[in-house]
Design a protein around this ligand. Structure first.
Ligand code: NCD
Length: 303
């Protein structure tokens, strides 16, 4: 049994998280680490198995693995035998027999990796997003980006705005921020986008109220692909009350920073002025993604 999988934030200890943050920070600080002399993944095969669309997550895992000297194979739903009915487990057994050592998986089913990991799979599994369940590497890289600017994580008020109910990113954020002892975590969303939240996390339907005293604002996309066809979303209403604009950014602290995991729908959940403005860490998040994924691929961590 391979127990070094990275499936959820809670599969990592506090120390595991701090080690990943520390290592990825070193990679960011010292650019030659991006092209290490020692290639820890030399002769290793890393498979990107993406069964849902992705740009930055897939590409950053590929760049990270290549910078560590690994060979990368990309498989999407359209070009794999999963299309012919093969189970995910059989696909993983096949990849193992072909010599893969780590498989980065994106899948539309909630917690499918948790189920698969109970089987005797000899490859390391890394969750790159499973349904609306978790996306742990995104939360970790977001924390890396936040720590560049805000040193005392425990003193922060972090606000998450958007489709919290269906966002795997938000689930991983909440677990990570709690683990790191963030002082105040507040979710802002219309009632129909708000799940029942873990203890200690506050919520409001008022963007103005939520943003008060915020140090960090994370904006999320409406997960249209996970909304039942029978329900409708009033985009005009959403945009009017929940879009992060320059005007309502002024409700937050004057040095608050803004993040978005992407892809962004400009003008719906965030204005271009904010997304491209001086308080935005959005492009820096993408850079942090490569460093964090290098740290993750390089150092399989046992929980
Ligand atoms: C997110 C995802 O796929 O969960 N994107 C990403 O990985 N950067 C967020 C989203 O799709 O809204």
């Amino acid at each position: 049994m391979n127990n070094s999988h990275l499936l959820t934030i809670d599969s990592l200890s506090y120390d595991n998280v701090m080690t990943l943050l520390h290592q990825s920070q070193k990679i960011l600080d010292n650019k030659e680490h991006l092209f290490p002399q020692t290639r820890p993944l030399k002769d290793k095969i890393i498979v990107n198995l993406f069964l849902e669309p992705s740009t930055r997550t897939r590409v950053s895992f590929e760049i990270a693995a290549k910078r560590l000297g690994g060979e990368v194979i990309n498989i999407t739903g359209d070009n794999s035998s999963l299309k012919k009915g093969e189970s995910l487990l059989d696909t993983l057994y096949t990849l193992e027999a072909l010599g893969a050592s780590q498989v980065v998986i994106r899948h539309s089913e909630n917690n499918i990796l948790g189920l698969i990991s109970k089987e005797n799979v000899g490859v390391r599994l890394i969750n790159a997003g499973d349904g609306s369940h978790e996306h742990p590497t995104q939360a970790l890289l977001d924390m890396l980006a936040i720590r560049q600017i805000k040193k005392d994580i425990a003193a922060l008020k972090i606000v998450i705005v958007g489709d919290v109910l269906r966002s795997r990113v938000a689930n991983s954020h909440l677990a990570l921020f709690k683990k790191l002892g963030v002082k105040e975590i507040c979710c802002v969303a219309p009632e129909e986008f708000m799940p029942s939240l873990p203890e200690g996390i506050t919520s409001t339907t008022s963007l103005k109220q939520g943003l008060e005293n915020a140090d960090v604002i994370i904006v999320l996309r409406i997960q249209h692909e996970r909304i039942l066809q029978s329900s409708t979303v009033d985009l005009h209403h959403y945009q009017k009350h929940f879009c992060l604009t320059q005007e309502n950014l002024s409700f937050a602290k004057s040095d608050a920073v803004v993040l978005h995991p992407g892809p962004m729908n400009r003008g719906i959940e965030i204005s271009s002025e904010v997304a491209d403005g001086p308080r935005s860490l959005i492009r820096h998040q993408v850079t942090c993604g490569v460093a964090m994924r290098m740290a993750i691929l390089r150092a399989p961590i046992s929980p």
